[in-house]
Design a protein around this ligand. Structure first.
Ligand SMILES: Nc1ncnc2c1ncn2[C@@H]1O[C@H](COP(=O)(O)OP(=O)(O)OP(=O)(O)O)[C@@H](O)[C@H]1O
Ligand code: SF4
Ligand SMILES: [Mg+2]
Length: 328
């Protein structure tokens, strides 16, 4: 695939299988072959520097699996992840990849699980500074931690407290401060506000946008909630059963959704305002990914499905993978 020189992150044909076979003895007795689940099945997209690329889709569509492969928490089955020209999947130069580890960081849905409960917040935020050798002088590190706490809207004095002494939103601020401590440039956020109250969600999203502007951060932002993504994303990729079905600029996706699945998701978003559509709940459920439908895997739920859809998987053409949109 041709490389676009403006891209900061390039994801090409990413795949991830999970072995979900029964134990060996059961398989032999029941004469069953090994079973694999295609969690991510040929996903390609790129992210430009300073933009927010959002991945949306229902639960189980493969968003977190993509995120974990992009940051290197999960090995890929095949495909490539290139960040700022450095391949994270086929790397010869170990040192370069180590440098990249600092430059990209991940924020999770549950910050409590990712913050060491026995450490004071100042130690949690100082950890990447020490681990990556960004500073060695204790007084300088202390000052930097205070500065970072201020940047995320906390008080420098909060550094002496433990994670459990904070609210969910404040803990997410601490997680954000820790990514900034590493001087991260590319931040992968997996449902960063899904566990928070709506008002707190908005505050965290605003903070993330402000920091993006101030530091030129690039985000891969994952959410099952299109309403959240609308105000964050420059571009949006819609996932269904491990594949991207539509990629578009955020504005275009909301004003002119082309894929039937995107339309279904948008119709289900409450208070979306500008689309002028009535709210309709999402119809049907995601099929079992171990045994996905043939052809276009969306066909059992699609109002436009034809015989061709059942037989042939549509290719991504001009940002949409759908036979009805691309009939040729
Ligand atoms: N370690 C694993 N072993 C087996 N199957 C897995 C594993 N991790 C994920 N899966 C499966 O892969 C598919 C994609 O999961 P993933 O967590 O990436 O979805 P998601 O889009 O992030 O969903 P959610 O919105 O619920 O977070 C699901 O069917 C899931 O059950
Ligand atoms: S390819 Fe067919 S089944 Fe799939 S979304 Fe398009 S019209 Fe619907
Ligand atoms: Mg997930």
């Amino acid at each position: 695939m041709a490389r676009k020189s403006t891209a900061f992150t390039e994801i090409t044909d990413l795949r991830r299988l999970f072995d979900v076979s029964k134990p060996f003895l059961n398989r032999v007795i029941e004469r069953q072959p090994k079973q694999f689940l295609k969690a991510v099945d040929g996903v390609s997209f790129d992210i430009k520097k300073g933009e927010t690329f959002a991945l949306v889709g229902e639960s189980g569509s493969g968003k977190s699996t993509v995120a974990r492969m992009v940051v290197g928490l999960l090995p890929v089955t095949s495909g490539e992840v290139v960040i700022d020209g450095i391949s994270m999947t086929k790397v010869a130069d170990h040192a370069q990849r180590q440098k990249m580890r600092r430059r990209m960081q991940m924020i999770f849905q549950d910050p409590y699980a990712s913050l060491n409960p026995r450490w004071r917040v100042s130690r949690i935020i100082a950890e990447p500074i020490r681990a990556f050798g960004l500073m060695t002088d204790n007084a300088a590190i202390e000052a930097r931690v205070g500065e970072l706490l201020g940047l995320v809207g906390l008080h420098p004095a909060d550094g002496v407290k433990f994670p459990h002494e904070f609210s969910g939103g404040q803990r997410q601020r601490i997680a954000i401060a820790r990514t900034l401590a590493a001087n991260a440039e590319f931040i992968v956020c997996d449902e960063p506000t899904s566990a928070l109250d709506v008002s707190v969600q908005a505050q965290i999203l605003n903070l993330m946008r402000d920091l993006q502007k101030e530091f030129g951060l690039t985000y891969l932002f994952i959410s099952h909630n299109l309403a959240v993504v609308r105000h964050m994303a420059t571009r949006i990729g819609v996932m269904y059963l491990g594949r991207l079905v539509e990629i578009a600029d955020s504005k275009t996706l909301f004003s002119n959704p082309r894929h039937p699945y995107t339309r279904m998701l948008l119709d289900a978003v409450p208070d979306i305002g500008m689309t002028g559509r009535q709210r309709t709940p999402v119809a049907g459920e995601i099929p079992n990914p171990i045994n996905p439908p043939s052809g276009c895997t969306f066909h059992p739920r699609c109002p436009l499905a034809t015989a061709r859809c059942k037989a042939e998987a549509p290719k991504m053409i001009d940002g949409v993978a759908c036979h009805a949109v691309n009939p040729n």
